[in-house]
Design a protein around this ligand. Structure first.
Ligand code: ADP
Ligand code: NI
Length: 220
């Protein structure tokens, strides 16, 4: 079997695994999130000259056992690594993918990101880009509804979180999620290609919020 055929086989097996595990999840981690992140990550990776196999695999597998639902930081990276080894992917690639998944997620306004490989930077950018723009607005309200959160509470000023424990324990409104995370993401994009896409998506997010708050106060 050629290298290309081997890789294509691993990618389609990964697609199947992700469809099976995430399916129609209502929290923003459905199959289509993984697929969008894969497509955006590859778009960035081509421009940045990153390894496309590592990028595509990591993007597909990055949410197979999200912390919020598994309660463990290690479940996702370990599952991905063991699954890749089981598919005869070399140990170095499996480790590289697991390392990126382990350090991918945003952990609060006051928590610095762990520096990632170029491949990790492409996937992290794509994951963050899927949380902003029109799709980001949609995902935030879908998540908020799933978690029974209020859309907005004008009596509570915007709250940011200095550490990961406070960030994860917070039960704020969906509008607060814009302040604690979504509006901050454009300054946490790693690559030039990602930053270019983020600029427009950030504007969409910020225009949406202005409009939402104007309507809330009947000032539109
Ligand atoms: P990702 O998988 O993109 O790294 P998360 O796991 O943090 O992001 O969240 C998945 C989706 O749910 C994102 O679009 C995110 O904005 C949204 N989300 C997460 N936490 C909240 C929240 N507290 N309120 C509203 N939306 C949220
Ligand atoms: Ni994600």
């Amino acid at each position: 079997m050629s290298d290309d055929d081997f890789r294509a086989g691993v990618i389609s097996a990964a697609e199947e695994l992700v469809r099976e595990r995430l399916g129609a999840d209502a929290t923003g981690h459905d199959w289509f999130h993984a697929d969008r992140v894969r497509r955006t990550a590859l778009r960035i990776a081509r421009e940045e000259g990153a390894d496309l196999f590592v990028v595509e695999l990591t993007a597909l597998l990055h949410d197979i056992a999200d912390y919020k639902f598994s309660g463990s930081e290690e479940a996702g990276p370990q599952l991905a690594q063991a699954w890749l080894i089981g598919k005869n992917v070399d140990a170095e690639t499996a480790e590289a993918v697991a390392h990126i998944i382990r350090h991918l997620s945003y952990k609060g306004a006051g928590v610095a990101d762990v520096p990632l490989s170029l491949e990790g930077q492409c996937v992290q950018d794509a994951d963050r880009l899927d949380a902003i723009g029109a799709i980001g607005v949609g995902r935030a309200f879908a998540y908020g509804g799933w978690d029974k959160r209020l859309m907005h509470d004008p009596d509570v000023p915007p709250t940011m979180h200095a550490d990961v424990a406070a960030y994860r324990a917070a039960k704020g409104t969906t509008v607060n999620h814009f302040y604690e995370k979504l509006l901050l993401l454009k300054d946490r994009i790693n690559t030039k290609a990602g930053a270019r896409i983020a600029e427009h998506r950030h504007q969409v997010l910020s225009d949406f919020l202005d409009e939402f708050l104007a309507e809330w106060d009947a000032k539109d």
